[in-house]
Design a protein around this ligand. Sequence first.
Ligand SMILES: [Zn+2]
Length: 489
Amino acid sequence: MRIAIGGVVHETNTFSNVKTTLASFTTWEWEQGARVVERHRGVSNYLGGMIARAEELQIELVPLCSALANPAGIIESSAYETLKSQLLLSLSEAGPVDAVCLSLHGAGVVEGIDDMEGHLLGSVRSRIGQGVPLVATLDLHANVTEAMVAAADALLGNHLYPHTDSYDKGWEAMDLAVQMAEGRIRPVMHLQKLPLLIPPSTTNLSPAHEVNERCAKWESERRMLDCVFFHGFPYTDTPDVGVSVLTVTDDDKDLAVRAAEDTARYIWHMREQFKQPLLTPEEGIQEALAESNFPVIINETSDNPGGGTPGDATHLLQAMLDANLDKACFAFICDPEVVESAIAAGVGSTIEVKLGGKTDSLHGEPVTIKAYVKCITDGKFVATSPMGRGAVLDHGRSVRLQAGGLDIIVSSVKGQVKDEQIFVLHGIDITRYRLVALKSSQHFRAAFEPLAARIITVDSPGLTTLQLHHLNYQRITRPIYPLDEVDYD
Ligand SMILES: [Zn+2]
C-alpha cells in the first residue's frame, strides 16, 4: 500500500499588516520529497504521527511536500499558487496512491480565497478523484467550512490546547486512511457551526475542559471516530470564522448529527464562561510581586506571535522597566535592528537602543533602554515542550540584554515561547527568577505549568487581545456572540 503525505500550514491573522509571502514559508518550512520524512520523523507533531503509524504498518510513504509559516497576515496569492502547484505536481508525479493524508491548519486565508484549506482540499480531490481516500488533520483553531468537509473523507482535529495531541491526531489520521483504503470503514462527517467567537481558551481549565469531557462521552459510542470542539481562530475576519463541532463516524450519519448538535448546544449554554478576567500589564506585575513563591509567569497574551502578532509589543516590557524589578526576565522581543547593534558592540559592552514597537502603532512605542550585552547566540534550539518536542527551531541571531534587574532576550525572527529552551540557550535558569515574562496565549502552559508557582495572564492592546470587540471586523457573519446578542437555541 502507498500513501501520500504532505501539508500546508498557516494560521492567518487578517488584522496583521505583515503579509505572508513565499519567503515566510522558506524561513520556517518548505520541504519536498524525502526531506519531509527526514524532518518530521520522531517529532511530536501531525506529520511525525502520520509517519510513525505508516512505518508501524509497513506502509510505503510517498512524501509530497510540506510548508509552514509562522502565523501572520494574509497569504500572498502567488505564494499559495506556488505551494499548491508543487503539492499537486508531486501528487501527479507520485503515480497511483491508495490514500492521501495531509497536515493542514484550517485558518489559512489567501488574497482572494477566504478558505485556503477548502480550496486546497478541493484541488487535491479533483486531482485524485472520488475513489481515493483523502484524510487531513486540522488545528483546534480551524474555522472549519462545509467546503473542507465536502472535499475530504475525514478531518481530524486537536482536542487539546496546548496542542499536545498533534502527534496522536496524525497517527489516527494515517490509521483511518489505511482502514479506508482497505475498505474496513466508511467515514461520515457532520459539521455544526455556532454563531460564537471565543478568545484563546486552554483545555487544561474550565470551561473548555468540560466541553472536552462531553466530546469524550460521545466518543465512547462504538461508531464514533472523532468528536471535536473546534475553537476557531477569532483573529480571521472572514465569513466562516467561529466555533464549530465536527463529528466523524463510521457510516452513521444519524449519530454524527446527534453528537454534533448536542455538543454545540452544550458549548452555547456555557458561552458566558469563556469570558476571562482581564488584567493590564501593570496590574499583573503587582499581583506577581505579591506572590511569595516563584517563579511567577506573566504571559502577554495580546502579543502572541503564534497568533500572527508582531512579537515586538512593548506594553508589558515598558511596565516591567517602570516597576524597576529585580530577578526578572523576558523572552522574547523580536527586533533584528537591536540584535545587530548588540552584536556590533560586542559582549561586555553597554548599548543604548530603541527596542521593539516598530511594526505598527497598536503594540506600543519603541522603548529606549541602556543595556549590557550579556551574550550572543545563533537562536537555534531543539524544542522540549510536550507540544512539538524534537522540532528544531531557529529564531535567528539573538542576544541577551540586561537592563537593571531585568534580563531581556531579543531575537531576529519572531516566535511564540513554548518552552524554557530559549532561556536556557541564553544562560538563564528561570527557576532562579522571581518573575518570568513571555509572549504566548496558551501553548506555553504545556511546558511552564509544572515550573511555575503561578501563571498570570495580562492583556494590552494587540492583535491577539482577549477583548474581541476591540477588533475591527468587517466581513464576519453577524450576528455573532459576544459582539451581538444572538438567538441561537
Ligand atoms: Zn492552534
